[in-house]
Design a protein around this ligand. Sequence first.
Ligand code: ATP
Ligand code: MG
Length: 284
Amino acid sequence: MGQGEKSGKLVCKVKNLHLEYDGNVLVDDFTTTIMRGDKIGIVGPNGAGKTTLIKALLDMSDDEVTKTGSVELGTNLKIAFFDQLRDQLDLEASVAQNVSEGSDFVEVGGRKTHIMSYLQDFLFAPERARTPVKALSGGERNRVLLAKQLLKPANILVLDEPTNDLDMATLELLEESVASFGGTILLISHDRSFMDNVVTSTWVFDQDEDGKGIVKEYVGGYQEYLVQKNREQAAHALEHQPIMQILPVKLPIRQPQQNLTKLPKSSTSMNSVNWTIYQKKSLH
Ligand SMILES: Nc1ncnc2c1ncn2[C@@H]1O[C@H](COP(=O)(O)OP(=O)(O)OP(=O)(O)O)[C@@H](O)[C@H]1O
Ligand SMILES: [Mg+2]
């Protein structure tokens, strides 16, 4: 990945952002700050508003989307996109023309490299590199876009479902490039392991009681988010339990410790806990 000049420390400051499409509130009252080097994963169901949110943050919203609140962008932002629409290729032009914009040479890691040699790293033999993009398969088109995007001297990388339809070779190329990228990353993905390898915080689309979309922030990758969510749900369940009468029940006698070593591994954990069980009886 071309590492552009650093952006300013502050990348994006969002206050009370509200996004609506056709009467549906996709995002309500979202406030956050993105700093240089943040690696943010965005998750949520199809149609929740992930792509719409990213566009709103980068001042690329469609006219049909109603946007209120404020988004303040930092200085010297150079953005590279790898998006699910893959609409950044000129279908009539060849692979090579798309990637180098007509030039015979490209700059890779500060070195001048022939376009045909660069494209071989992306598994395009010279003949294939001269083929118009319209004649390529979906997987090949993804590789063209990757080769093109990785040349850009970017300091923000935006990936919208980047792993969809990628073959293994391209996926590996992408993972390596993203892992070594020092700038800011916004990543939308349903690929949990890719997400976990990349991000350090996670934004999750949820809904409030009125069905409005809300975005919650969690520290850590997707796995850590799941753990935190389980904890939240357990706390919520406790808070909203009906009033219970707690009655002690007869406890099984605890196994003496010396017998435990003879038990199979799975039952050890069962027996080593102190069996404190209460029967919960509703008052209704
Ligand atoms: N310009 C637009 N034209 C038509 N529909 C739009 C437009 N912008 C947003 N929407 C609608 O807003 C909702 C959110 O769309 P968005 O593409 O942001 O969802 P998403 O979370 O990225 O979904 P996916 O996971 O399928 O990519 C959808 O119902 C979509 O149809
Ligand atoms: Mg999307």
